[in-house]
Design a protein around this ligand. Structure first.
Ligand code: SF4
Length: 102
C-alpha cells in the first residue's frame, strides 16, 4: 500500500470549516505551557495538580486575550484551567459548575 505524499485537500477544508467562527486567541500566554493547564492526572496528587493549576491561573492573569478566552470559556465545560479558572479538586472548590444552583 502506498502512502500519499500530500494531505487530502479535503482535510484542510474540513478543518477550516470546523474552526470557522471560533474565537481567535492569537498571542495567548499559555502557548508552550499547556502542561500546566491540563486536568489532574489520574495518578497525580491533588496538591500537585493544585500547585500546577495555580501557576496556570497566574499565567492567565498576564494573558493579552483573557477577555476573549473568558467569553469562549463560558461556553465550555472542562476540567482544565481556562481563562484563569481552576477546576474543582478535593480541598479546592474551584469554579462553580454551570449546572449548579446559584
Ligand atoms: S486566558 Fe489563560 S487559558 Fe485563556 S488563552 Fe490566555 S493563558 Fe490561555
Amino acid at each position: 500500500m502506498s502512502q500519499r505524499a500530500r494531505r487530502d485537500p479535503g482535510e484542510v477544508s474540513l478543518l477550516a470549516a470546523i474552526l470557522e467562527g471560533t474565537t481567535s486567541l492569537s498571542g495567548a500566554a499559555c502557548v508552550g505551557s499547556e502542561a500546566l493547564f491540563d486536568p489532574k492526572g489520574r495518578d497525580e496528587e491533588s496538591a500537585d495538580a493544585d500547585y500546577r493549576h495555580q501557576a496556570a491561573a497566574e499565567l492567565c492573569r498576564t494573558c493579552p486575550v483573557l477577555d476573549a478566552c473568558r467569553d469562549w470559556a463560558d461556553q465550555s465545560d472542562t476540567n482544565a484551567v481556562i481563562a484563569g479558572r481552576r477546576p474543582a479538586l478535593p480541598g479546592n472548590p474551584g469554579r462553580p459548575r454551570k449546572d449548579s444552583a446559584a
